[in-house]
Ligand binder design. Structure first.
Ligand code: HEC
Length: 412
């Protein structure tokens, strides 16, 4: 991209910001009313909360790591934060207990909004901020198994996004226990998300849908892989991994071809024999065409065993819907699990703050609101053929990751 396009874009961003500010009564002059400055207050928050993507070479369209990078985007930052679009995190706070939420604290939000709407002061002029660079490295250290994708993939000049599926041989001969899986992008600016599964030898599921998959990881830029003590996924000897990558360009690279070759990193449990629990995947699936006239889809599943739920992921749901998951125990008590506003690009596995004990007979209830009637027909007209993988699904599926519940203590 030429310098003049950069300027033009920044200038138009400024014009848009200017108009937005001008129509707000009392803000016609950009007086500096913010007591918070970029250098002292805003930068540390952006560095901690946004730099995994908003850094030179990152997956986001612009860096926010210097004052000059950030201030033209002040109005856009305000809008994205108020809409809860950034940082990307789809779960509602206050419903269920989700660990490691990627959200801003009320204080952080206040600092950034005050700065964004209060004249965007820079702070002291002689202050030197540290240079923030993209961290493209293994977050858990070198993996036990580093599997480079078998081939390069080129996101063509005339395409903004594409999906690509790869198969990786693990080369293992006996059963291994996987405690975490990570991905190291070859070209971080276009690797938007990845799903890494154990390839199933079984054919399509009854009913014709795709076979339920054993998802090892839903990868997103900057996300810490979440190893848990004493739990691991089982990887059968000789298993193959399936890797689905969503490649997406930002406007900076419009018209350019970009090539990637990422590496998948697998971390094995060190002492698999001493009490490691197998992390199982329990699909909770809707039937096709399950939506009522109110655009609400309800489905549920009753558990046949005592389990402890550790995590939940929407692995086959349309984007831009809201969805709520609740467990109804045999005694009638209700346990809120998660409420989500799904966005196609940002699916992840949500780990519960602590294991949720669900006795046998518990009904896991899902309520999904499709909101847009067009999405309804699109979502529930099954599209046969390869295109269906990227199209809206004909049924919805969440996956609960569970371990068997510990045996009940026997009376002394
Ligand atoms: C996981 C990566 C990621 C993180 C973390 C993240 N962003 Fe973003 N952001 C993106 C991407 C990618 C886009 C481009 C829009 C899209 O494709 O969703 C974007 C878009 C934006 C935009 C709109 C840009 C435009 O084109 O109008 C703003 C503003 C923004 N982000 C601010 C932030 C702020 C502030 C934070 C931290 C509090 C943050 N983002 C954290 C990835 C991220």
């Amino acid at each position: 991209m030429t310098i003049s396009t950069v300027r033009l874009t920044v200038v138009s961003a400024l014009i848009v910001a200017g108009i937005a500010v001008a129509i707000q009564p009392g803000e016609a002059h950009k007086a500096i009313t913010s007591k918070y400055t970029y250098n002292d207050d805003v930068f540390p928050i952006l560095r901690d909360r946004c730099a995994s993507c908003h850094v030179a070479g990152g997956v986001a369209p612009m860096s926010l790591m210097t004052y000059d990078d950030a201030f033209p985007w002040a109005e856009s930052i305000r809008a994205e934060l108020v809409a809860a679009h950034m940082p990307p995190w789809n779960a509602d706070a206050g419903y269920g207990e989700i660990a490691r939420a990627h959200t801003l604290s009320p204080k952080e939000l206040d600092v950034i909004l005050t700065w964004a709407t209060g004249g965007n002061p820079r702070g002291s002029l002689d202050q030197k901020l540290p240079v923030v660079e993209l961290k493209n490295e293994w977050k858990l250290g070198a993996p036990d198994l580093a599997l480079k994708l078998p081939a390069e993939f080129t996101l063509a000049a005339d395409k903004m996004e594409d999906w690509q599926e790869f198969t990786l041989a693990t080369g293992t001969t006996d059963t291994r226990w996987v405690r975490a899986v990570d991905l190291l992008p070859g070209t971080p600016s276009i690797v938007r998300s990845a799903t890494i599964v154990v390839k199933s030898a079984a054919g399509p599921a009854a009913g014709g849908g795709p076979a339920p998959e054993h998802v090892l990881a839903l990868w997103l830029p900057g996300q810490e892989p979440a190893p848990h003590d004493g739990v691991a996924f089982k990887l059968p000897g000789g298993a193959q991994l399936g890797v689905r990558i969503h490649y997406k360009k930002t406007w900076q690279f419009e018209g350019k071809a970009l090539t990637d070759r990422s590496t998948v990193g697998v971390y094995f449990s060190q002492n698999p024999d001493t009490g490691t629990h197998e992390l199982l995947s329990l699909p909770i699936e809707s039937a096709a065409a399950a939506a009522g006239a109110d655009h609400v889809v309800r489905f549920s599943q009753t558990l046949g065993e005592d389990v402890q739920a550790l995590a939940l992921s929407p692995d086959n749901v349309p984007g831009n819907i809201s969805m709520q998951v609740e467990a109804v125990k045999p005694d009638g008590s209700r346990v809120p699990m998660i409420r989500l506003n799904t966005r196609a690009d940002w699916d992840r596995r949500y780990w519960f703050e602590r294991p949720v004990t669900l006795p046998r007979g518990t009904r896991v209830e899902v309520t999904a609101n499709l909101e847009d009637p067009d999405m309804l027909s699109a979502a529930f007209t099954s599209t046969p053929g390869a295109a269906a993988a990227q199209a809206r699904p004909s049924s919805m599926r969440l996956t609960l990751n569970v371990i068997p519940a510990p045996p009940k203590p026997t009376a002394p």
